[in-house]
Design a protein around this ligand. Structure first.
Ligand code: HEM
Length: 536
């Protein structure tokens, strides 16, 4: 039985639509058919939604914007994580708006995050579709971009097997060797510390994933492949830039079709993506065949593949190749950003630095460097890592960045921002009701980790870098949300955390981290000024 829909509501919608159409067709008479079709589609959608929400529950509060385009012009362009925190004073911890036909829900607040992403994870774990980037350019190789379902689950399981907390210590030897090289480089060229740290983590992840050694310079062929692929995705990932993202059926038109330039562009991009995924994978396969492969995640995945004649072999092989590529793409610059933020925090808080160094001197002593297994004896360094992840969100919107060093700044920083935004946001896979509100299926759901971790009610002076808050009070809220939510929470976080601890404790054991000097030789005043990209 159809639910009762108040006549007044229907007539208001119809009247608004008719007014709009009349004004449009007066100026552009040929638009009347197209306008009629769009209007019919909108009314149909509206009626369908009323059927799915028979009690007529309202959406959560938020700006309602203008007809058709919704709140498009109200979406904050700069530092959206901070802007939405401001909005929460007016709308609360759940903010809902529509923009260009898409529903958005911003979730801020520990309770709301837990209730939706964790307790209802079965319906809050999908990703918004991206026909151009994910399907046509082939970025659905990346489990972070895959829709929630069996294919994603198989990738996630394979990834977890090699990056879960019980196995990651086997990567310590690679990590320690590279770490010692880093210390040497920092001693020789301290001013190039960002380059050294970027190179260090790229080296570790390529070695762990493929057993491949990359060179120190920017011309390394493996890095070039990654760079090219990120350049190709930079434009394709902008939500809504391509018509095919609005009308997905267009992805089936042939590339020779007049006007189908996007298909030709996608074909070029797909070749680059295939190189990114397959080139290092084939190199490992070849090394295994020759018997000179170094131990690595991909070597282990290949060795575990079913027999050649097994019907699941082809799929398992695709998963193995995809896992290798995603480890680098999702992992490299995220950890680097966190380490750089930590060094900044330490340079701003010399007292914290002294406390950590005293702890290292006492428990580790001068005859060796600390490493990841010293963690239980170094609670102050542990507090520094926790405080770093709270203080500075690498991905304040639960959206890690995907670029290699400098990639998006050469392509377009804003572009990078857009890709990441849609790629890693969650999406509801069912209609839901929460706290008296209706949340439709297909809503893009974004957790605002920054707003939670800078909540004055939970953290005194949240913008200060102050590891004492964790050291003195272990019950202080841990910064877990910085790694995302529910079933999609970052599966690389244990690996990243272990690397970070090893690096920061080793750096603190041998160096002081001080602010640069100004032209008069005085230490410069430092401040945290996160960039506007979703990775800061
Ligand atoms: C400081 C370091 C890192 C931060 C802050 C971070 C943060 C995140 C966040 C916020 C997400 C999205 C979670 C969600 O959708 O709710 C994510 C996803 C992901 N991260 Fe990380 N990450 C880091 C390091 C790494 C590393 C080192 C790796 C790989 C070795 C990695 C692999 C992934 C993958 C594969 C996903 C997609 C998960 C999925 O969609 O199921 N991350 N990360």
């Amino acid at each position: 039985m159809l639910p009762h829909i108040p006549l007044q509501e229907v007539s208001e919608v119809v009247a608004r639509g008719v007014n709009y159409l009349v004004s449009l067709t007066e100026s552009y008479p040929y638009l009347s058919y197209a306008g009629g079709a769009v209007f019919a589609a909108i009314v149909t959608q509206w009626l369908a939604e009323r059927r799915r929400n028979p009690r007529g529950l309202p959406y959560p509060p938020g700006p309602r914007g203008l007809p058709f385009i919704g709140a498009f012009y109200e979406i904050p362009e700069t530092k959206p994580w901070a802007a939405y925190k401001e909005w929460s004073k007016k709308y609360g911890n759940l903010i809902f708006y529509k923009a260009m036909g898409q529903n958005y829900l911003i979730v801020q607040g520990v309770k709301e995050v837990n209730d939706l992403f964790e307790q209802r994870s079965a319906i809050y774990s999908d990703r918004p579709p991206q026909p151009m980037a994910a399907d046509l350019l082939g970025w659905k190789f990346n489990l972070g971009w895959q829709p929630y379902g069996p294919w994603w689950r198989r990738h996630r399981k394979a990834f977890h097997e090699h990056f879960n907390p019980n196995v990651i210590q086997k990567y310590d030897p690679v990590q320690n060797r590279e770490l010692y090289r880093l210390l040497g480089k920092l001693l020789r060229e301290p001013a190039r510390f960002t380059d050294h740290i970027h190179n260090l983590f790229a080296t570790i992840i390529m070695k762990v994933t493929y057993g491949i050694t990359i060179s120190d310079d920017d011309k390394d062929p493996w890095m070039t492949t990654i760079f090219e692929s990120l350049q190709s995705i930079a434009k394709a990932g902008i939500p809504g830039l391509y018509l095919v993202d609005h009308i997905p059926i267009l992805k089936y038109i042939p590339s020779w079709f007049p006007g189908a330039e996007f298909k030709r562009e996608a074909e070029r991009g797909k070749k680059v993506t295939d190189r990114l995924v397959m080139k290092p994978y084939e190199a490992v396969k070849e090394s295994l065949r020759k018997g000179d492969a170094e131990p690595s995640v991909v070597a282990a995945l290949i060795s575990d593949l079913p027999a050649e004649n097994d019907p699941t072999r082809a799929e398992e092989e695709t998963i193995a190749a995809n896992i290798g590529a995603v480890a680098y793409i999702a992992g490299a610059d995220t950890t680097v950003s966190a380490i750089l933020a930590c060094l900044l925090g330490l340079a701003m808080n010399l007292d914290a630095q002294r406390k950590a160094q005293a702890e290292i001197d006492e428990y580790v002593g001068p005859s060796r460097l600390p490493n990841a297994s010293d963690r239980p004896s170094l609670p102050y360094v542990d507090a520094i890592i926790l405080e770093t992840m709270r203080w500075h969100q690498v991905a304040p919107f639960g959206t890690p960045q995907l670029n290699v060093k400098g990639c998006f700044s050469e392509v377009n920083t804003e572009t990078g921002l857009a890709i990441i935004f849609t790629a890693i946001a969650h999406m509801t896979s069912e209609d839901d009701e929460y706290d008296g509100y209706f949340i439709p299926k297909g809503t893009t759901v974004i957790g605002n980790a920054w707003s939670i971790l800078h909540d004055e009610a939970l953290f005194e002076n949240p913008s200060d870098f102050n590891p004492d808050r964790y050291y003195n009070n272990p019950r202080t809220l841990k910064p877990d949300v910085t790694f995302g939510y529910g079933r999609r929470a970052c599966p690389g976080r244990f690996f990243s955390d272990r690397n970070m601890f090893a690096m920061i404790s080793a750096i603190l054991a041998v160096f002081d981290i001080l602010p640069p000097l100004d032209e008069r030789g005085k230490p410069m005043k430092l401040e945290l000024n996160p960039t506007d990209g979703l990775q800061s």
